[in-house]
Design a protein around this ligand. Sequence first.
Ligand SMILES: [Zn+2]
Length: 266
Amino acid sequence: MDHTKINLLVRLQHLDNKIESIVSLQKGLPEEIDALDEDLVFTTRQIESRKKIADEHLKTRSRLHETISECKNKILNFKEKQTLARNNKEYDALSKQIEYEEKEIAQAEIQLQDIVHAIQRAQDIQKKGRQLITENRYDEITEEMMPDDVLQQQLQDLKQQVDLKREELDSIVIETAEDVDSLKKKVITQRAIIATEAKRLLDKYDHLRSGILNNAVVKLNRNACSGCNTRVPTNRHTLIVQGGFYLCESCGRIVVHERLFDEAEN
Ligand SMILES: [Zn+2]
């Protein structure tokens, strides 16, 4: 058996392991940032939808107040005309118009009351939420129970956290970019060598790594495959010690003596 071929592959695994260990420094950070971003979007949406409702209330209220004042002006006008009415018919017609305007005012006032009630209701719900917060009963708090100021604070906190995590990730990426870059170049070179020297081994390696596992080539550890801990048959030990490889019957990984990894390092 040509042992130099397996050495080439171990060297490739060694390089891939190094890249993996650098990338694992950032492990969790991108996912954490994504999750925080989602929370941020959700909180922002909540705040925006509350602002939209408040704006609509304000607009409706000012429109209703305008209507009321217009009606009142009309009534004043009609009443003045009544003093000049020449007959009962004219007077009664003006009375009807006044009555109509008064109904308009009453309707507008009902609508204004509805808005006041809606605002009051929302405040009461938030009060309930605040109470639950002081009692640490967070799981009982619904979306609308969240008090406005708590929501704002939450938004600020989330923004701060996302910024911090991003900075952390950026600095890791910057610090390690050079190393990763040079390792990736070495991987390309190594793969090119194996592609000409031991194409089938490379295919095996890529096939193993195409799934979830990164370590296609592993060390023999206490007479077992260190990938899955399955015992390696005794009659294969000699071959492995001599620098050969064994395909694990259980996980399919390529098992080699740990010495080969030490050699790959140098
Ligand atoms: Zn195994």
